[in-house]
Write a protein that binds this ligand. Structure first.
Ligand SMILES: [Zn+2]
Ligand SMILES: [Zn+2]
Length: 273
């Protein structure tokens, strides 16, 4: 029996003869169901359709693992490597032997986590392949669609590895989180933001959404909470959920100015003529 994968969000469901009636992630107002109806796939079907894992060094100590062509929302995972073990973040719905091999070569996996439920993907398979703990924020743990024994919940902040900290920001989901990686960006610090904080296409601004596909904004109080949550950390770079865009430098300042600008629009204070 296959584990069923939602074709739209890439989340995995338990092994069964037939797929569930609906994907609870996509039925939620932050996601979407195709007008033609819910679609399901499996890892075997995706491999047969030509999907393969793509592994790239993003910067020293940081591997990216995506699917080519991309699957569902198309996020690529980040594997942050430390002397005390590795963390995999935001796994896509697709996983294959090549991806597992690349992680094994990079020192294996101690923990796997994600910015929010849209990006849980193959999190249960990754955990099973390496005996890794699954770290989920307490506030969002009920969204895990393929239950796994290795789940450990956290709230607020959680030091996973030396210099690698999970920071709960809320906003898009109550448990929406980022990773702060102190050694990132050549020692200036980096955030892995998923879509807790969106990097815009010009790689010079940031934005916030409650729902990206349905174009619903984040309220001011939530935007301020996101910015307040990461303000104590040193960082110069922000990686979003995809290979690109990346805000390469000046990210702390850009976060403050982008949040101020966003709030001007929410309040109706921005001159738009
Ligand atoms: Zn879905
Ligand atoms: Zn999302």
């Amino acid at each position: 029996m296959p584990a069923w994968i939602c074709g739209t969000c890439g989340n995995h469901y338990p092994e069964a003869e037939s797929p569930p009636g609906q994907c609870i992630i996509c039925a939620d107002e932050r996601q979407w169901v195709p007008s033609s109806g819910q679609r399901w796939t499996t890892l075997a079907d995706l491999a047969a359709a030509g999907h393969r894992s793509e592994v790239r060094e993003v910067e020293p100590g940081l591997l990216g693992i995506g699917a080519d062509p991309p699957v569902a929302i198309g996020q690529r995972a980040l594997l942050v490597q430390t002397g005390e073990g590795n963390l995999l973040w935001d796994p896509p719905g697709f996983i294959d032997e090549q991806a597992v091999h690349a992680v094994r070569e990079a020192g294996g996996l101690r923990s796997v986590s994600a910015s929010h439920p849209h990006f849980y993907g193959a999190i249960a398979e990754w955990s099973a392949a390496f005996g890794a703990e699954i770290l989920l924020p307490e506030a969002d743990a009920h969204w895990l669609t393929r239950p796994a024994a290795a789940v450990r919940t956290w709230s607020g902040t959680h030091a996973v590895l030396p210099g690698v900290t999970l920071v709960q920001c809320g906003g898009h989901f109550p448990g929406s989180a980022v990773v702060h990686w102190a050694a990132g960006a050549g020692g200036s610090g980096a955030l892995f933001a998923g879509d807790t904080i969106f990097v815009t296409p010009g790689e010079d601004r940031l934005t916030f959404v409650w729902s990206a596909p349905n174009r619903l904004p984040l309220p001011e109080t939530a935007v301020r909470k996101v910015v307040d949550a990461v303000r104590p950390y040193q960082f110069d770079r922000i990686y979003g959920g995809w290979w690109q865009p990346v805000l390469r430098t000046g990210a702390r300042r850009v976060l403050e100015t982008s949040a101020d600008r966003y709030i001007q629009f929410l309040r109706g204070d921005a001159a738009v003529e």
